[in-house]
Design a binder for this molecule. Structure first.
Ligand SMILES: Cc1cc2nc3c(=O)[nH]c(=O)nc-3n(C[C@H](O)[C@H](O)[C@H](O)COP(=O)(O)O)c2cc1C
Length: 200
């Protein structure tokens, strides 16, 4: 196969220009085409992964599905928080309403392949790389998107709802929408030099 003529300027631009955009910045009631979500998922599938376990799994909520997800997470919150004595109406409202403002919500799951005998960190890392591919694709499409690990991400009951086994992991939710504004958010990072140690 011939060496592809990748364009480094484009790669730098998208990696550095990619931004998270949150629910407040979503344009509501104007869904993204499913074809673009398919493209996002296809690119997720090309993430590096050790021993080709391809541990990423996705559940996509859209249309009426967003309401199903919203009802699930709000209901589970109510149940758990009431039991724990820390229920807050505002949290319940947010969990009920926020999903409806998205176009698509992609639940990100890690499915362990126990036969591959990989350290769990490697499977989690592979899924995170898949999410980065999703982020970059969403940015290149000019979409608002972010990875959130709130709501039911770490609630054991949610694993069951997604049909995951004990060894698997729910890794949060990738929210996608059209952006409400033309303004692209500014990024913020401390210099890489502060985090690097060269040995020569
Ligand atoms: C593993 C992971 C979990 C995250 N969880 C949340 C979250 O729960 N809520 C949220 O607002 N942002 C979340 N983010 C997105 C970050 O807020 C965002 O990446 C950060 O603000 C940097 O902005 P940028 O993505 O535009 O560079 C998460 C990002 C990662 C990588």
């Amino acid at each position: 196969m011939e060496r592809p003529d990748f364009n480094i300027e484009e790669v730098n631009k998208i990696i550095r220009g990619r931004r998270s955009m949150f629910v407040a910045q979503f344009k509501e009631n104007d869904p993204v085409d499913d074809a673009i979500i398919e493209e996002i998922l296809e690119n997720a599938n090309w993430a590096p992964n050790h021993k080709l376990t391809e541990p990423w799994r996705f559940t996509i909520f859209t249309g009426e599905g967003l309401k199903k997800f919203a009802d699930f997470q709000a209901g589970l919150y109510k149940e758990r928080a009431t039991k724990n004595g820390n229920y807050m109406e505002a949290t319940y409202q947010k969990l009920s309403e926020n999903p409806l403002k998205a176009s698509h919500i992609i639940a990100v799951q890690m499915k362990r392949d126990l036969r591959a005998n990989l350290p769990v960190m490697e499977e989690i890392a592979a899924v995170a790389m898949a999410v980065q591919n999703m982020y970059l694709t969403a940015a290149a499409q000019g979409l608002a998107a972010y990875w959130g690990t709130g709501g039911p991400t770490f609630w054991p009951e949610a694993k069951e709802w997604f049909g995951l086994e004990e060894e698997d992991m729910l890794m949060g939710f990738f929210y996608v929408a059209k952006p409400a504004t033309e303004r692209w958010p500014a990024g913020k990072r401390k210099p890489i030099a502060e985090k690097v140690n060269w040995v020569r």
